[in-house]
Structure formats: C-alpha cells, structure tokens
Design a protein around this ligand. Structure first.
Ligand code: 5AD
Length: 374
C-alpha cells in the first residue's frame, strides 16, 4: 500500500468492510506502526492520556462448561480446582485499593448454581463496604466476568455491588461466526450457543451494566472476513468496552490438532485488531489483555501503544493463580506477583499515565446516561 493511500485511510472515521480487511492484514512494520500511532493518538484526543487499572482477581477455576479452547474446561482433570475464600478476595481487593486501583475485575470459570450466586453476592456486598471504609467515595468500580447468568442473577449482583454507576460486565462473543462458535464450543450436553450469548449481552445492557465484549484473535479456522464481521457485531452490540486477545493453544484444551498461529504474525494481527477497534470506537475502554502479555513479554505495553487504555494487573494469590490456566505459557511475570511499581513504570514508558484513585468508567457509557467522569 502506498503511504498516501494508507494515510488517507487512517484519517477516516467510518470504514467499509474492505477498508477493515485491508487494515487487519497490514504486515509491513512501518504500515503497522502508522496504524498503531493513529490509534494511540486518537485515544489521547478523546480519552486523554490515562490508563485505568483493574485489580484482577481470579475467584475460582471451577467450570461446568467444556469450551474446547479453554484450559479450565470441565473435562480437564489435570488441574487442581480452587475457589478463593472471601477473606482471600478481600485481601487482594485491599491491595488493589491501597495501590490506588479503585476498580476490580472479578473473574471465574462458569457456574450458575445457587451456592455460587449467593457467594458472589456476599463477596460483592463486602467489597463495596471495604471500598467505602477505605475512602472510595461511592464505592469501587467492578467488572464482573462470570459468564452467562440469568437476568435475576445479573440484577441480584448489581444490587449487591452497591455502585451501579461503575458496574461492568465482560462477556466475550469469542467469535461472531456461528459455525466457528459451534466448533470451538463442542457438542457436550451443556454447550454454548451464539444466540444465547447475544441475548445475555442484551440482558446485561437492560440491567444497566456497562457492557464489554470481545473475541479471540487467531482462532484456528478464523478468517479475516470473520474478524471484520466481529467488528460489525461490536457495532450492533453498541459495546461500552472491549477485552480481547490472541488465541493461544492450551495444554488443558481440546484443540491440539488445530495448532495455533505463528507468534509474530499473531501478535501483529492482534495489535491490528485492537488498533482498528480504537479507530471505530473512540470513546470505549479497551483492555490490553493478559493473553497479549503471555504471547510476548511486553505485549501489554504494545497494546497501549496501539490504543488500549485499560490494564488489569493480576492480584490473585499465587497459590491459586497457577491453576487459573486458560492457555499455555503464562509468562513468569504473570505466574509471580510482579511488583506493581515495575508494571506502572512499564505503562508510563508509553507516554501514558497510570490513572490512580479513579474508577475509569467507559466514556461511551457515561455519555449515554450523562454521567460525570469518575
Ligand atoms: N487463548 C486465549 N484466550 C482464551 N480464553 C480462554 N481460553 C483461551 C485461549 N486458549 C479467553 C476467552 C474467555 C476469557 C476468560 O479467556 O476469550 O472469554
């Protein structure tokens, strides 16, 4: 592609499918750099230079589903299963608040039994109380990532959370291609369907959550057209935030025969997708996913350079963390507690500032309800 043509393309604010396909397939380093620089610049123009932090707590690796790509799927018997105690969760949260990270991301394998629903509600009430007692004015921000639940459960958890203005839910589509969705989710008795996933996202929106979605990039069998369709699906969902990263083969998964994309190509494709998402959704929050850091050390920083504005430092106690193995090759940095000061220095090396003492709700969501910045 000639430089003037790429320059003209990057100045656009609405893209055709062929524009998107072209941007996704950029590989030449200077062209990719131009795309990432534009995404970085637009992030700053719309959202200033803040990177929002979410203290990540991996609550449990118990799961009733058998998604083939995922290392914590039910049929993987090589893992030690755990659920953190409420005290462990509160301790991790306290560390987050002390560090000035006023939002948490709570994640787990998928369960919808009454005991789990009640446990999470109980945890949410105590987290809210803890955050108030530590001086966070209206209570901490929360991103829940507990998979598909009933409307009653979404509402029950929302009530328990205590601060609906900073309440988020991350539920990835994984892919918008129905056939591929079916392939990677298997055929077991409790299997996922894409329709139900869309319905869950609309239930979450109706319940008042800031809605986050995303896909895995580089899934075996996924095409560039699929990724273009994913971006169109994001438009229809009118998501407030995105969490997405590369597909990485998982030892505990069931997709070994399919392999995975070559690392360097996968990194480029992922960064391209993140940068394009920023160009299309300038007011949304986009997380530099942990999978990106697992793919290449420093991946998170590259994500910020391509338009991401959210980082989720892992605060899960080490004893549990080694068993929350969604994919292969979690880096040393992730297995161990990396000093938060080191992480912050890395983030700030991009020219951004770590936004401490802020909840950092999506500007897209705030605009919808006329809410002030938090
Ligand atoms: N590679 C990359 N991401 C994965 N996830 C699960 N398994 C993998 C994998 N093998 C992601 C899914 C899920 C999130 C919690 O982790 O996108 O939504």
């Amino acid at each position: 592609m000639t430089t003037p043509a790429l320059k003209a393309l990057l100045e656009k604010t609405a893209f055709t499918d062929s524009d998107l396909a072209l941007l996704l397939t950029l590989q030449e380093p200077t062209e990719c750099r131009a795309l990432y620089d534009e995404a970085y610049k637009r992030t700053e123009a719309v959202l200033a230079n803040a990177v929002y932090m979410r203290g990540l707590i991996e609550v449990s690796n118990l799961c009733v589903y058998d998604c083939r790509y995922c290392g914590i799927r039910k049929s993987n018997h090589t893992l030690t299963r755990y659920t953190l105690t409420k005290e462990e969760i509160l301790q991790a949260a306290e560390r987050s608040f002390r560090a000035g990270y006023y939002s948490l991301a709570l994640q787990s394998g998928e369960r919808d039994d009454a005991r789990f629903v009640e446990f999470i509600a109980d945890v949410l009430r105590d987290l809210h109380a803890l955050s108030l007692s530590m001086g966070i004015q209206d209570g901490c921000g929360l991103t829940l990532s507990f998979g598909e639940q009933s409307c009653e459960t979404y509402e029950y958890w929302a009530k328990a959370s205590g601060n609906r203005n900073a309440l988020r839910y991350l539920l990835r589509l994984e892919t918008s291609n129905p056939k591929l969705f079916e392939t990677i989710h298997g055929h077991g008795p409790r299997r996922k369907t894409l329709i139900e996933r869309y319905m869950a996202l609309s239930d979450l929106r109706r319940t008042g959550y800031q809605v986050g979605t995303g896909v895995m990039i580089g899934i075996p069998g996924q095409t560039v057209e699929d990724l273009v369709a994913d971006l169109r699906a994001f438009e229809r969902i009118d998501a407030d935030m995105f969490g997405m990263g590369p597909y990485i083969e998982s030892e505990g998964g069931d997709m070994h025969a399919d392999g995975m994309m070559e690392k360097k190509q996968l990194l480029t494709l992922t960064l391209n997708m993140l940068a394009i998402t920023r160009l299309m959704f300038p007011t949304c929050n986009i997380a530099a996913a942990t999978a990106l850091e697992s793919l290449v050390p420093g991946g998170r920083v590259l994500g910020i350079g391509a338009g991401c504005n959210v980082v989720m430092p892992n605060l899960t106690p080490t004893r549990a963390r080694v068993n929350y193995r969604l994919y292969r090759k979690k880096t040393e940095a992730e297995q161990e507690q990396i000093p938060l000061a080191v992480l912050e220095k890395d983030i700030e090396s991009t020219g951004r500032r770590v936004a401490k003492f802020r909840l950092g709700s999506s500007a897209h969501f705030r605009a919808r309800f006329n809410l002030a910045a938090d």
